[in-house]
Each structure stands twice: as C-alpha cells, then as structure tokens.
Design a protein around this ligand. Sequence first.
Ligand SMILES: Cc1cc2nc3c(=O)[nH]c(=O)nc-3n(C[C@H](O)[C@H](O)[C@H](O)COP(=O)(O)OP(=O)(O)OC[C@H]3O[C@@H](n4cnc5c(N)ncnc54)[C@H](O)[C@@H]3O)c2cc1C
Length: 288
Amino acid sequence: MNLGIENGVDGLRMMEGYEAMRIEPVLQCIKALLSPMSGIVDTHSLMLSLVGEAESYGTTFSYNTTVIGGHREGNTICLHISDSKALENWDEKSPLQPELVLVPNFVVNSAGLSAPSLAKRFDGIDSEVIPSSYYARGCYFTLSNVKSPPFKHLIYPIPEHGGLGVHVTLDLNGQVKFGLDVEWIDGVDDILSFMNKFDYSLRTDRVNRFYPEIRKYYPSLKDGSLEPGYTGIRPKLSGPKQGSVDFVIQGEEIHGVPGLVNLFGIESPGLTSSMAIAEYVAGRLSRL
Ligand SMILES: Cc1cc2nc3c(=O)[nH]c(=O)nc-3n(C[C@H](O)[C@H](O)[C@H](O)COP(=O)(O)OP(=O)(O)OC[C@H]3O[C@@H](n4cnc5c(N)ncnc54)[C@H](O)[C@@H]3O)c2cc1C
C-alpha cells in the first residue's frame, strides 16, 4: 500500500476480509487492498488508437521489417534493417546482410523479449552493460460455463516468486481469465530470443496447478470449469530464486551512445506503465 501511495495511486484502502467478501461474495480472504481507481482497457483498441494518433503526427510505421543489428558511428547507432521475410530462411550462423542502413538521431530499443539480444547485435556497445536475461512462460485458463462473471473486480492474491500470482482478470466482454503462472524457460540463447522462437504452446496439464491456487481465494471453483486460454512469455532480468528486478531504462550514462535508449525487462505492468515510460524516454531524448 505504501509503495502504491508513493507512486501516486489515489484511493488505496486496506479492508478487513468481511468488507471485501461483502463486495465480492465468492471471495475468501483475511484482508484486502482495494484500488478503486484501477481499470481495464481493450488493448487492441488502445494500440489502434495510438497508431492512429502517431500517424496523424506524421509517424511512419514499417511493418514486416526487422532491425537485425547496428553499428556505431561516433555518437550514433546506425540501424541495419531487413525485410522480416528474408530472415525466415536464415541459417542462424552466417552474418545477416542488411537491405537498408538507417542513420537515425534517436533509437529506442523497445524490442521486448528480443531487446537484450538485439542490443548485443549493436557493434560498438559493450556487451557487459547488457543485463542477463531470463524468460518465464505463463498461461491463462478461462472460466467456462458461467452465466455471469463471479467477480466484479480484478483479484490479485499475494504475489508468487517470478509473477503476480494466479489472479483473476476480467475483459470488457466479461470473460474471466485466471493466470499467469510461472514456468522458467532454460537454455534460451541470443539467437532464440532474437528470433522469438519461444514455445508458446499451452500445456493443458498445467491446469492441475491452477485449481488449488485459485481455490485459496475462490473455494467454490467447480471441477472442470477451466478451459485452456493462451500463453505469454515474460522478459525478466532476474532468474529463479533471485529477487525481482525493476524495468531497466538504459541511456548514454551506461552504454555511452547519446541517442540510444534500451528498454530491458519490460514485463507486466509494462502496458499500464507504457505512457509513463514513453514520457520518461521522450524527456531524456529531448534534452539532447
Ligand atoms: C501474457 C501477458 C499478459 C500481460 N498482462 C499485462 C497486464 O495486464 N498489464 C500490463 O501492464 N502489462 C501486461 N503484460 C506486459 C506487457 O504486455 C508488456 O510489458 C509490454 O507489452 C511491453 O511492451 P514493449 O513495447 O516493451 O514490448 P513488446 O510488447 O514485446 O513489443 C516489442 C515489439 O518489438 C518487435 N520486435 C522485436 N524484435 C524486433 C526487431 N529486431 N526489429 C523490429 N521489431 C522487433 C516485436 O515484434 C514487438 O512488436 C503482459 C504480458 C504478457 C506476456
């Protein structure tokens, strides 16, 4: 709660369990922290609206285009660009040949899961400054056979190591999802993460871990009511048994290139924080 208040979240309130269970009758808890200003968004519509707004200010988006690396010329990172299709037949050993070299004033490396491996492909950046990367898969299961959602709020249990805990998410259509669990992925090398060749398949047997986790706060969850949803991968900066690490927004003071900002470890709540991150990065670059 104190951290929330320090971060400017309005209206946070500790509640006794009976109060929380009055507003969420199927919930079981001893205490709860209510965040009345939290909400949900339709992420796809949000992205479309941001694209539209950016285009109205003259932005050009280059889809199906991959930054395959870069090199440093003085204070600038020149970006090596390729058609994404050309990468499909790459043998992953021979050097990639750029079809275009861009010489931008500013580069924001916001390549998500690939951001650290992409930064390593920038010649002239000391790879020592790029933090170690870890990856954790998580999956969602959806609640089926319900006439109306059992909850009115998003419900977050106490976080687990590496994740927020299997929590309740509601979307704008009223669908209820439970997730994400944490499954650490071993043996990810730079090529796998650069090419985003992660295994996104959902192992349905993971549902057996979901029932007991969910029943800690939703004891009336019925057997057989969870259906496979989808998986996602988190880009993490700390591994199993290590303390959690915040986002790393890395500028010239670390890597020495004035117009380059690397965004590492932008896992959840990276979407919620995206406007704040953008403002911070734009502020840094506008001072150059
Ligand atoms: C399952 C799941 C649920 C989540 N739920 C929430 C939530 O409820 N709330 C929340 O706040 N956050 C949530 N997050 C986290 C949020 O999605 C991320 O923090 C956010 O998407 C990070 O944004 P990004 O732009 O840094 O990276 P990304 O969204 O990963 O985007 C990176 C982009 O870069 C592109 N790219 C990669 N490499 C290259 C390259 N070499 N050249 C060109 N383009 C490249 C990729 O194709 C991609 O489009 C969730 C994440 C997952 C996985």
